[in-house]
Write a protein that binds this ligand. Structure first.
Ligand code: THU
Length: 140
């Protein structure tokens, strides 16, 4: 489904974006690149804050950029860090809102593909939006 060319393109885009990471506190720069069904790529970086919990991860920045431009169908997301770190739990949950089949490419800064997986594999037994919708309807 994902060609080698697209895989490399996404990792490259995440690597490129990573230079804009704002990570003065952790020193851990993260770049993400999200491919949508329309063929566009939205990138993102982590943006830290002196009030630490207000930090946002690169993956969520990429998702929010895409959604705020009208995109809701995701094909794949690449995440690049120094050492091939995996997306955190919050990012997995946010990604899952838009589909469990989204491919997740985890790579390091030397472009090594550490893992290729899916949101569904990364988030088993997820809390699903269908559950909220049913509850809402039931209480009307
Ligand atoms: N970080 C991400 O950007 N994505 C993740 O999935 C894990 C963590 C960032 C948040 C923080 O700026 C730094 O990495 C260290 O936790």
């Amino acid at each position: 489904m994902l060609t080698d060319e697209l895989r490399e393109k996404l990792i490259e885009a995440a690597l490129e974006a990573r230079r804009w990471a704002y990570a003065p506190y952790s020193g851990y720069s993260v770049g993400a690149a999200l491919l949508t069904a329309s063929g566009r790529i939205y990138d993102g970086v982590n943006v830290e804050n002196a009030s630490y919990p207000n930090t946002i991860c690169a993956e969520r920045v990429a998702v929010f950029k895409a959604v705020s431009e009208g995109e809701r169908e995701f094909i794949a997301i690449a995440v690049v860090t120094s050492n091939g770190g995996a997306p955190c739990g919050a990012c997995r949950q946010v990604l899952s809102e838009f589909g469990f089949d989204t491919i997740v490419l985890i790579a390091d800064e030397r472009r090594n593909l550490v893992a290729e997986t899916t949101v569904g594999e990364l988030l088993p037994r997820a809390f699903r939006k269908e559950q909220v919708v049913k509850e809402t309807r039931a209480s009307v």
